[in-house]
Design a protein around this ligand. Structure first.
Ligand SMILES: [Zn+2]
Length: 459
């Protein structure tokens, strides 16, 4: 069946879709210039500025012929500007929204082997803070918008690009602010964002990932109180021991395994890429085999995909070396499966602790994030194009264990997909770390992939 489908696609694809224009030197140069410009504008929360980056992109778009009304820089604060640009379509079908964040996490020169705020090309890689997270997508979206404009491409639906502030932190999240203040500007049928991307293993393409879901972040404070006293006369009741007993119970507890559409498809498809017993367990897990999920749970990354997790991350207690502790407190950070209720998770923790002396308080309220449906209108073109670009490489739906701005979009009713066609080594992700980098060849592949994908999705 699969073979026949692939064969059919291989025959039909060239007939249905003309090949994209080849990547000429001028386009390469333009995209690299934009990338370099964005990397070299510091957009960290501490001393950086996303407005400068947003304005720089606005200048390029206006110069390419976009009317000023369709290129706006707006924000709640002079340092936290967001760019919203629109290529008008021929119908009033809801637009497609392309989102990338302009801000980057901090990077210290002394921690890096190169200047993080200079784009350096070396050994087949582009180095610099933001090269992968998320200025590759930001530059590619702008370069492609300019390409569409130059070639006179008129999509069916509007293509809206939003380059935003404070995804990584800071108090002025651009996507959230735009949804609240200027919903009309970024309203869309669906969005493309970070959170996906292709994975390589030793240079071999494993899969083209599509982020369709994210776990939900919730934190609790567990605390105990005690009347204390002199440590020379210890008693059986003790705030530190009481809390420690509770934490030991929590350490041994596991939330139940529950797969959703995204993670079930993930394990099914991964079982065809992996080898040996892991592959067999992945196939069995997708069918609901508890013994297989127990074995797979021993790998932390797979465990996190299958269940809600809660883990102690901080601990404090007592106030002097010679005094019985009057209080102890632990922070427990939970990552919920999208379908789990935070109230129920809290109730489960209370049940596991089984001690009314341990208070379980909310540190932050969850922002729920329903998975985006693996809708054929979006997934179909992604699968087809992946097969045209990289024959035989599967598309892999992903559930992130962290959060992106897709959270806000999904909550606002705009399904969001993390897709870039930007491949990177599975075990060498340097986003947020030192010497962040992206492969030069992979960067231009992603440029072409998104050029065609957005065109098809908007046509
Ligand atoms: Zn990011």
């Amino acid at each position: 069946m699969l073979f026949r489908r692939v064969l059919l696609l291989a025959i039909l694809a060239p007939m249905l879709n003309a090949a994209p224009p080849p990547l000429d030197d001028a386009t390469r140069r333009l995209t690299r210039d934009i990338y370099k410009q964005l990397i070299e504008i510091n957009t960290t929360d501490s001393i950086g500025n996303t407005t400068t980056a947003a304005e720089a992109m606005a200048v390029r778009l206006r110069a390419a012929g976009f009317p000023p009304a369709d290129v706006q820089v707006l924000g709640p604060n002079p340092r936290k500007g967001n760019l919203v640009a629109r290529l008008r379509g021929s119908t009033n079908q809801k637009p497609i929204l392309l989102v990338a964040h302009l801000d980057v996490v901090e990077a210290k020169r002394e921690d890096w082997s190169l200047d993080p705020f200079k784009l350096t090309e070396q050994d087949g890689y582009y180095y610099g803070r933001g090269t992968s997270d998320d200025k590759a997508m930001a530059s590619i979206f702008i370069a492609n918008l300019i390409r569409y404009k130059k070639e006179g491409f008129v999509p069916k639906r509007d293509i809206v690009v939003a380059l935003t502030a404070d995804e990584e932190g800071g108090n002025f999240n651009g996507v959230s602010w735009l949804l609240t203040e200027h919903r009309d500007l970024i309203d869309a049928a669906f969005a493309i964002n970070e959170g996906g991307g292709g994975r390589l293993k030793d240079g071999r393409r494993l899969y083209n990932g599509v982020g369709a879901s994210e776990k939900v972040y919730v934190t609790f404070a567990l605390s105990t109180q005690n009347k204390g006293g002199h440590s020379s006369v210890p008693r059986a009741d003790n705030a530190i021991y009481e809390l420690a007993d509770g934490l030991t119970k929590l350490a041994k507890f596991q939330f139940p395994v529950a797969l959703n559409e995204v993670t079930r498809t993930y394990f099914e498809r991964m079982s065809k890429i992996e080898e040996g017993p892991i592959a067999a367990d992945m196939a069995a897990v997708a069918k609901g085999d508890p013994a297989a999920s127990a074995r797979l749970s021993e790998t932390a990354a797979y465990n996190a995909l299958m269940r809600t997790t809660c883990v102690a991350t901080r601990l404090e207690g007592g106030h002097a070396d010679n005094v019985l502790p009057q209080s102890a407190k632990a922070i427990v950070n939970c990552r919920l499966l999208p379908a789990d209720s935070a109230d129920e998770v809290r109730n489960t923790i209370i049940k596991v602790l089984n001690d009314p002396g341990i208070e379980v308080a909310w540190i932050d309220r969850p922002k729920p994030s329903a998975p985006s449906p693996l809708d054929a209108a979006v997934m179909g073109p992604i699968e087809k194009m992946t097969n045209e670009f990289w024959p035989g490489v599967p598309v892999m739906p992903l559930m992130g264990s962290g959060a992106t701005d897709s959270l806000y979009l999904r909550n606002a009713g705009i399904p969001s997909y993390g897709v870039s066609g930007l491949f990177g080594e599975l075990n060498d992700s340097r986003a947020h770390g030192r010497d962040e980098r992206v492969g030069v060849a992979e960067f231009y592949d992603s440029l072409q992939f998104l050029y065609v994908l957005v065109k098809r999705l908007a046509s």
